[in-house]
Design a binder for this molecule. Structure first.
Ligand code: FAD
Length: 498
């Protein structure tokens, strides 16, 4: 099929990544396009992935999904941030909450005032200046602004990624995506260009297309196995290489936040959904066996496990080129970083929007691929740096895993960022970097990374005025949080269930 008559794209794999791609293409590909997806029920999906970041609104909004229906379909809940428990040391907790923290003055961001106030002994922990964290810690939730002076509360969701994929499948099929059930046995290449010509299934069916999207998960059948794109291994910075996942019955707090709880050789996630709590332990196999991991996990659940713990192996890193030949890798086929900041589904979504912006009419042009890959390199490396910061800045002395990560050599890009913070409390956000300075600030402060200076413009505010600014910000946010409904009540009311 040629340009001008729509696009001809085959998605390989029907996990969350595959169906997100298919749904977006169904919505935005030009008329006359041929859109297909092949997946294998026998092979199945990775079956984990439950926490997101607020950017998911852009994706769901672009598809025109109704939020209450989406939450019903995916058994979702609201998420205001991530609580990092024990990451600095046992008993300590801080939150990377979405949304603003504190209040800057003029052009100067809040962190400088907070650093100065801390020096003067006036500053309280960041939770007192974050509406999202105040609401989250008291299990409260609201959408939008109750009154014009109230602060905006950005939020994301916890949901069942398998149910999300099924929901998007219905969406995509209703809009013309043709689904093939079967196992890809062979990737047929064109002799001259080396492009992919077709996927041949184990029953002999041959599925041809102009362009292919590899969503085959960790197998990376197209971009990895067939095209041989190298994998850049980041285990030296992020040494966890296993996850043990298990759902359990609900019962404990219905938290509007994800918990990431540091354990001896990794960390545990806790994600409340409507029908269960998702739990998992991310760990380093050099420091903990699978059996030990299962025991740690099972000993730390809110309720009865509703399935056996399931180990998942992975290597942290990414394919060097996400777009190779006439094929784009998405999701786990493109690479993986542990779910510490809930970034995988976001990376799928952002790659899809980048693809749609430069949608190839035929087999694609190397200039498009180069552009795409440079953007992906930047995006992935900055997220990697953010994750590395959480590990490196720990004070869990005497635990071999944590001692190792505290002593690692940092990526240059992260080291440069830390130098700026230490020197002047300055946080530089490079263009299109995912995490905002407010996000970095919360993790830097939460992990106890000292800034030796702050912008002296903050000194222009007298001490009494600074104290008043902090106090007024705090009392206003505390009052706003107190007025909100409980998360569970709010959710039930919103999705129409008693
Ligand atoms: P998969 O779900 O593995 O899907 C692969 C698809 O390819 C399947 O449909 C399979 O049938 C098909 N396939 C494979 N081989 C063949 C073949 N030969 N023939 C036909 N079909 C084939 N992300 C988040 O955003 N938040 C989280 O909290 C989060 N937690 C995670 C925790 C863990 C431990 C892991 C491993 C991942 C987590 N993720 C999270 C990532 C998230 O789960 C994935 O990014 C997302 O589900 C996308 O997966 P996928 O579709 O790429 O792969």
């Amino acid at each position: 099929m040629t340009s001008g008559r729509g696009v001809d794209i085959l998605v390989a794999g029907g996990g969350t990544a595959g169906w997100m791609a298919a749904a977006a293409l169904a919505r935005f590909a030009p008329p006359g396009s041929r859109l297909q997806l092949v997946e294998s029920e026998a092979i199945g999906t990775v079956g984990v992935g439950e926490a997101t970041i607020p950017q998911i609104h852009l994706f769901n909004g672009a598809l025109g999904l109704d939020e209450a229906e989406f939450l019903r379909e995916t058994k979702g809940s609201f998420k205001l941030g991530i609580s990092f428990d024990g990451w600095l040391h046992e008993g300590h907790s801080y939150m990377h909450a979405f949304g603003d923290v504190g209040q800057g003055v003029g052009l100067l961001p809040f962190q400088h005032y907070w650093l100065r106030a801390r020096k003067l002994g006036l500053a309280k922990p960041l939770v007192r200046y974050s509406l999202n964290e105040l609401a989250a810690r008291t299990m409260r939730m609201q959408r939008g602004r109750p009154h014009p002076a109230a602060r905006e509360m950005p939020y994301a969701y916890h949901f069942d990624a398998g149910l999300y994929a099924a929901y998007l499948r219905r969406y995509a099929e209703a809009r013309g995506v043709v689904r093939h059930e079967g196992q890809i046995a062979h990737v047929e290449r064109q002799g001259e260009t080396g492009d992919i010509a077709a996927l041949v299934l184990d029953d002999g069916r041959r599925l041809a297309a102009d362009f292919f999207i590899d969503c085959t998960g960790f197998r990376a059948l197209l971009v990895g196995q067939a095209l041989g794109t190298p994998f850049d291994d980041w285990s030296n910075w992020l040494p966890c290489d296993r996850a043990m996942a298990v759902p359990c019955e609900g019962g404990g707090d219905f938290t509007p936040f994800t918990r990431a709880i540091a354990r001896e050789a990794g960390w545990q996630w806790r994600i409340p959904l409507q029908h269960r709590i998702g739990n998992g332990l991310v760990y380093s196999s050099a420091h903990l066996s699978d059996d030990e991991a299962a025991s740690v996990l099972l000993a730390n659940l809110d309720g009865k496990a509703t399935a056996d713990p399931r180990p998942i192996r992975f290597t942290t890193g990414k394919r060097r080129r996400h777009w190779a030949q006439n094929c784009l890798a998405l999701g786990l086929a493109a690479g993986f970083m542990e779910p510490l900041e809930s970034t995988s589904i976001h990376l799928v979504q952002s790659a899809i929007s980048r693809l749609l912006a430069i949608l190839p009419g035929g087999r694609g042009d190397p200039a498009l691929a180069d552009y795409f890959n440079a953007q992906a390199d930047f995006e992935w490396a900055r997220i990697r740096d953010f994750l590395v910061l959480h590990y490196w800045a720990n004070q869990r002395h005497g635990q071999p895993f944590w001692d190792q990560v505290r002593n690692m050599d940092l990526p240059d890009t992260l080291a440069a960022k830390l130098d700026l913070w230490r020197a002047a409390g300055f946080i530089h956000r490079e263009h299109e970097e995912l995490f905002t300075p407010v996000g970095w600030f919360q993790v830097l402060a939460g992990q106890g990374v000292a800034a030796h200076g702050y912008n002296p413009v903050a000194d222009a505010l007298g001490e009494a005025d600074l104290a008043r600014l902090l106090h007024e910000t705090e009392t206003s946010l505390v009052d706003q949080a107190r007025a909100m409904p409980r998360h569970l009540d709010f959710l039930r009311d919103y999705i129409g269930q008693s």
